[in-house]
Design a protein around this ligand. Structure first.
Ligand SMILES: [Zn+2]
Length: 394
């Protein structure tokens, strides 16, 4: 068996702090393990699933596309884009050239362009890159960053917004990014931050996130990539904390910290809260009909099948998803069907809404299909109790 090594310090001495067996659409049944490096405290999937499988997953099934057919570009930037522009301006006070790795359909770049920046970006999904052209008139390079960045030059701000945590080798990616910079250029990146377990959502350890940075381990990452931070800060973004970093190339190599104790404490506290949260769903499943559908053919459903007793307590007939790319595929043993097919077949069965962040919007969509509220099983509705649910109960 190949011995894997820590992507930060290359140590082969690590412990697994969480394991799972997940059925991921387009990838299949996989074993995941979340590990901590004993020599530097890096938290991540030290033996991740093979790169080719992950790229296939992004190309077809998890490509951050705009799904709303009536999507209109909002006039004002959202909080994230406004924050990126503000921080980019700290590194480059007069709008210059920005290049975003993993720019999806170009929503951030659109607002940079409006603010006077010369913009460019790359994206692994052809489909999403086409949306960037269609919605924002932005030409996006299609491909993986390791193929694209060697041809990118003279950039004032090279940005990764919630991308670094998805990469197999973030140190090399940041080194390639450094080589794209103009003199005085900066790298700007934001990643989820592993602090304060009580603030984090259920399912923090997720298939697509290979790394889980803390303030300490992100400094180790910077130092290994030959970067020095101008600014590092934590922000509470929509549902969880994030680390935002503005950094510049340096020739001085800072020594690595060993953050193992801190990382271990974080993982143990988080795991206890998370396990408890998944287990509490079992009581909710018992309130539904015996036959159920599950809405959402994503990572949350993979975790739901693994972490709860849903498959034992109930007969799951199928998984519904509004993304046409998933129809006809399978998640585990379950066929993925369209909302229309669900309406034709469902009879009196209940539907479990399998999403935390999109629970409210999915519930509204199911109600609009004519399914009565009592057949819709929601798992997190305490977070929007004052809205839709109260109205329906009244
Ligand atoms: Zn390490």
């Amino acid at each position: 068996m190949t011995k894997h090594h820590c992507i930060i310090c290359e140590s082969t001495d690590y412990i697994s702090i969480r394991k799972g067996t997940w059925d991921i659409v387009g990838v299949g049944d996989i074993e995941v393990s979340f590990d901590i490096c004993k020599d530097c405290g890096y938290i991540g999937q030290i033996s991740p699933i093979p790169y080719e499988q992950m790229i296939g997953h992004y190309e077809f099934f998890s490509n951050y596309q705009v799904l709303d057919a009536n999507y209109k570009v909002p006039e004002e930037p959202n909080k994230k884009a406004a924050r990126y522009i503000r921080i980019a301006s700290d590194g480059c006070p007069t709008p210059g050239r920005i290049y975003e790795v993993g720019c999806a359909s170009g929503a951030n770049l659109h607002y940079f362009k409006k603010a006077g920046w010369d913009v460019g970006g790359c994206e692994p999904s052809h489909f999403v890159a086409k949306q960037a052209k269609e919605y924002h008139g932005i030409d996006v390079d299609v491909g993986a960053e390791e193929d694209i960045l060697p041809n990118v030059k003279n950039v004032d701000i090279l940005m990764f917004a919630h991308v670094i945590e998805h990469l197999h080798d973030p140190v090399s990616a940041l080194k390639r990014a450094r080589d794209c910079l103009a003199p005085d250029g900066h790298i700007l990146f934001e990643v989820p931050c592993s602090i304060r377990p009580e603030l984090l959502p259920i399912g923090w350890f997720a298939f697509e996130h290979l790394s889980y940075f803390t303030v300490g381990t992100v400094q180790n990452l910077l130092s290994q990539a030959g970067l020095a931070p101008d600014e590092i800060f934590t922000t509470m973004i929509d549902e969880y904390p994030a680390l935002t970093i503005l950094a510049r190339p340096t020739d001085r190599k800072a020594p690595l910290f060993n953050c193992f104790e801190n990382s271990l404490q974080f993982c143990e506290e988080y795991n206890a809260l998370d396990r408890n949260a998944w287990t509490s769903h079992n009581q909710t499943f018992l309130k539904s009909t015996k036959d159920v559908y599950v809405w959402g053919a994503g990572v949350h459903t993979a975790q739901l099948f693994d972490e709860t007793d849903l498959l034992k307590l109930r007969n799951v007939i199928g998984v519904i998803d509004s993304d046409h790319q998933k129809w006809g595929k399978k998640q585990g043993n379950h066929n993925i069907i369209s909302p229309d097919e669900f309406i034709k077949k469902s009879g009196d069965s209940s539907v479990v809404v399998s999403s935390k962040f999109a629970e409210e919007s999915i519930t509204k969509a199911i109600l609009e299909l004519g399914v009565p509220r009592e057949r819709i099983i929601t798992l997190y509705d305490e977070i929007w109790e004052t809205g839709l649910r109260k109205d329906r109960l009244a």
